[in-house]
Design a protein around this ligand. Sequence first.
Ligand SMILES: Nc1ncnc2c1ncn2[C@@H]1O[C@H](COP(=O)(O)OP(=O)(O)O)[C@@H](O)[C@H]1O
Ligand SMILES: [Mg+2]
Length: 315
Amino acid sequence: MATIIETRGLTKRYGRLTAVADLNLQVEEGAVYGFVGPNGAGKTTTMRILATLLRPTAGEAWVAGHSVLKDRRGVRRAIGYMPDFFGVYGDMKVWEYLDFFAACYEIPAPTRRGLVDDLLELVDLAHRRDDYVDALSRGMKQRLCLARALAHDPQVLILDEPASGLDPRARVEIRELLRELQAMGKTIFVSSHILSEIEEVCTHIGVIEAGRLVAAGTLEEMRQRIQAQRVVRIGLMARAEETMAWLEGQEGVLEVEPVEPNGAGDLRVTLAGGDETLAQLLSGLVGAGFQVTAFYEETGNLEDVFMRLTKGIVS
Ligand SMILES: Nc1ncnc2c1ncn2[C@@H]1O[C@H](COP(=O)(O)OP(=O)(O)O)[C@@H](O)[C@H]1O
Ligand SMILES: [Mg+2]
């Protein structure tokens, strides 16, 4: 598969703050690449650089073979960018809004009418054609915004938190739309600060934390990482600190932390190893005289891995 988005050593500084630090990304053609990280991680900054709206401090990036530094027009033709805020065109009608942006792409008037209708059909807004943009729900506005990003039939879509702030139903609609766009052959680079919002539709995930890519791979690869790591919750009668110190010396134990931030109560242990390691740990604890009230594995989903990744535990 060909690489359609690539960044090399991409860096953006705002004064003393490094928002994006030496980022090396590769997105394959046809992928739905989930770009995931907590607020402030550098997602929007990266996407704005890819959309040629912001210049990097250092490094390079290419979209569909066009350099964001040397061929901005080429990049802009190849991408549809959906920003993380809607903008202010509320006093336009839905069809006018799309017609306006299609005109910005120099699509001739006779072609535009059919195009606008097709786009509205695609994002399921044909029935709101003559309504004012202001009157749309947030989910509908997001879909309209996506339609606008599609006006010039770009190869690549760069979507900044399209599911953010939507109710569950509207989120499902966005996900379905992303699937449809992927089926149309688009490559989708989509960000979210909540992995579970987009996980289902993604073929690839890249996790960004404090401007750095901390993990990237296919959905399958990311899932396998979870299985290599298990998280066990241990309930104790007392002596949490002592238990922590003991656990830290045991085979397979990667990380021990109190469940409550104040350090009292249960412990959460991250382990590498199979059931045998787990059983040994429990018998060891009991053998050492610790009074264990609970010992169970916390279910690992991708969201948990993401949470641990963004705390820098997994690398
Ligand atoms: N124009 C700016 N000037 C100064 N700092 C900025 C600017 N834009 C973003 N930042 C900072 O850069 C970091 C990354 O921000 P951003 O790319 O918006 O992250 P995300 O989209 O992942 O939430 C944050 O610490 C943010 O406060
Ligand atoms: Mg953002």
